[in-house]
Design a protein around this ligand. Structure first.
Ligand SMILES: *[C@@H]1O[C@H](CO)[C@@H](O)[C@H](O)[C@H]1NC(C)=O
Ligand SMILES: *[C@@H]1O[C@H](CO)[C@@H](O)[C@H](O)[C@H]1NC(C)=O
Length: 419
């Protein structure tokens, strides 16, 4: 019991002693010595005050591709030595450090030099700085950094951006205040992950021009492309495949125009939604957008060609066929026969056995079309319906090639830039 009372008394006495000491220390530091916040705290005013700066990023708010802006949140750790705030701990009951409001002492006017917002004082009047007995000061102001960053979206969504957050000692000359990078540089403690960007690298450097000293902190950001591939690229490819399928539908089914228009409309509606989520910037059109527009052009082409084909299909056979179309049709026949498409059925009607002909006719229900479609020879007369099916043949191959080539090229261009 005695021991407890003794301890209690001791705690009280240590506490009260420290309180008085703290008041004495405050009086000593800010009244007795005549501390002036306007005077740079160097006992030798010809020597510059060295400030070290470390940046801790706690979150990436986002990148605005139109305004070319990066928004991050984090805090700075600024350290310097104040020659006027030094004391002997033994004199003040062993106090080794005090916390003082930030507007009570001199501070360097460090500010973002590539910021988007108005200049305001870092930190706030409610903030405390830590001062230790050797005069070392630690100031940790928290801030949302809106910084300029030139963003190149050419390789969107497989792009990487290098953005910097640059600080300057705004109105002190290099002869009085010097800024340099601290021990840790840029740290990513407790980083809140961003849904679209990964921070893959950080670095920092300090440099000076004639009049000011700067610290630049660099962040290398990598976009996570998965969402764009799933929500925009894949649906586009699927719609394009459906578009190509227009030329597989027989013209006589009468569905072709409505089918191709439907595909075109779905694509147009889809693009309206998709483009809203793409970054906008008129200086460089991303390869990704060019790909989408190419697919849209292909769909327009499909609608146009389909309309022309239907017009051809309903022409009177007595109308002469232009020479170029006859040539195209014959070329299609040659290619189809080379490709083994009609080799089995022979090259002339004579080689087809009556039995085979019979079964073919009954399958199709329309013996004339089935017969003509499969066994025509290079030298047979060309009808308007042959022209239409030759166009089908070429368009199908052409569009499959365009789709495959454009997809492969876009993919290679984008992915080779992605590390
Ligand atoms: C004050 O800062 C100097 C230089 O940065 C360092 O050497 C010294 O140990 C610091 N003092 C204390 C009490 O931490
Ligand atoms: C530095 O200051 C001088 C005089 O104030 C000025 O002439 C010069 O252009 C400044 N240099 C830079 C790089 O701002």
């Amino acid at each position: 019991m005695e021991k407890i009372i003794f301890l209690f008394i001791q705690v009280i006495s240590v506490y009260s002693q420290s309180g008085t000491n703290m008041k004495d220390l405050n009086t000593y530091l800010f009244t007795t010595t005549g501390y002036n916040t306007d005077v740079r705290p160097a006992s030798d005013q010809s020597q510059p005050t060295d400030i070290t700066l470390d940046l801790t990023i706690t979150g990436l708010l986002g990148i605005d591709e139109v305004v070319q802006k990066m928004s991050t949140v984090g805090f700075l750790t600024l350290k310097w030595t104040d020659d006027f705030l030094q004391w002997t701990p033994a004199t003040y009951g062993g106090i080794t450090y005090v916390e003082v409001p930030q507007n009570k002492i001199w501070k360097p006017n460090v500010h973002l030099s590539n910021g988007f917002t108005d200049f305001t004082e870092l930190g706030g009047t409610f903030m405390l700085l830590t001062v230790d007995y050797t005069g070392n000061i630690t100031w940790i102001p928290y801030k949302v950094f809106d910084t300029k960053c030139s963003i190149d979206i050419e390789y969107f969504p497989f792009d990487q951006q290098k953005c910097k957050i640059q600080f300057v000692v705004w109105s002190s000359s290099i002869n009085s205040v010097r800024l340099s990078v601290g021990t840790q540089g840029v740290a990513l403690d407790d980083l809140q992950s961003n849904g679209e960007w990964d921070i893959i690298e950080t670095s920092s450097e300090s440099f000076t021009d004639d009049n000011s000293s700067f610290v630049a902190c660099y962040l290398t950001l990598k976009r996570i492309p998965l969402i764009y591939v799933f929500e925009i690229l894949l649906p586009t490819v699927f719609l394009s495949i459906l578009g190509v399928m227009t030329f597989v539908l027989p013209v006589e089914s009468g569905e072709r125009i409505s089918y191709s228009i439907t595909i075109f409309l779905s694509f147009a509606v889809f693009l309206t939604i998709a483009i809203a989520s793409l970054p906008g910037n008129s200086h460089a059109i991303p390869y990704f957008s060019r790909y989408l527009i190419l697919q849209l052009c292909i769909d327009v082409l499909v609608v146009i060609i389909s309309s022309v084909q239907i017009r051809f299909y309903h022409r009177e056979e007595t109308q002469p066929i232009p020479k170029i179309l006859v040539k195209i049709t014959k070329l299609a026949r040659i290619l189809q026969c080379r490709g083994g498409y009609c080799a089995k059925k022979g090259t002339s009607p004579d080689q087809v056995s009556p039995k085979e002909l019979d079964s073919k006719s009954s399958e199709k229900g329309n013996d004339v079309i089935a017969f003509k479609g499969e066994v025509q020879c290079e030298n047979d007369a060309v009808t308007w319906k042959d022209v239409v099916s030759a166009i089908d043949f070429f368009m199908f191959i052409f569009l499959v090639l365009i789709l495959a080539l454009s997809s492969i090229i876009t993919f290679i261009v984008l992915v080779t830039k992605y590390h």
